[in-house]
Unconditional design. Structure first.
Length: 136
């Protein structure tokens, strides 16, 4: 957090994150618009984030009215194309890159148009060699 990062989610009450596994119980991406509408009607203060694994799924998520699309395991180039296509539908949609994001490629995903980077890499990274010096 000292470097400007913030926890992605601190609990299940932050946002409603819908994974493809959840959609097995609601009719899949084909019924996502109804699912999102029902959730928005019941949870008026919560943002709805839906995970997708392809540009087609991401577009379905945007058309369904979700607040954010969490795209999992795309290359930065594919993510850039996906983000562009999604923002053609809704310029305000939040685009989240997840899966395989690390210190070596985070800047590429940011340049590709990610509003949010999701990574657990920070928890496994080696410690930084930080030196503090007090001078008169």
């Amino acid at each position: 957090m000292a470097g400007g990062g913030v926890p992605h989610r601190t609990g299940l009450s932050d946002t409603l994150l819908i994974f493809k596994e959840h959609l097995l119980f609601t009719g899949g991406y084909e019924n996502l618009a109804d699912t999102v509408a029902q959730i928005k009607n019941r949870q008026k203060e919560r943002k709805i984030v839906v995970e997708g694994h392809s540009e087609a799924q991401a577009l379905a998520i945007v058309h369904a009215g979700a607040d954010a699309v969490q795209v999992d395991k795309m290359t930065p180039e594919a993510f850039a194309a996906c983000a562009h296509a999604c923002r053609q539908v809704n310029p305000e949609v939040c685009m989240i890159a997840a899966g395989g994001i690390n210190g070596a490629n985070a800047a590429e995903y940011a340049r590709a148009g990610a509003d949010v980077l999701v990574s657990s890499w920070i928890y496994f990274a080696p410690p930084a060699d930080v030196k503090a010096q007090i001078v008169p």
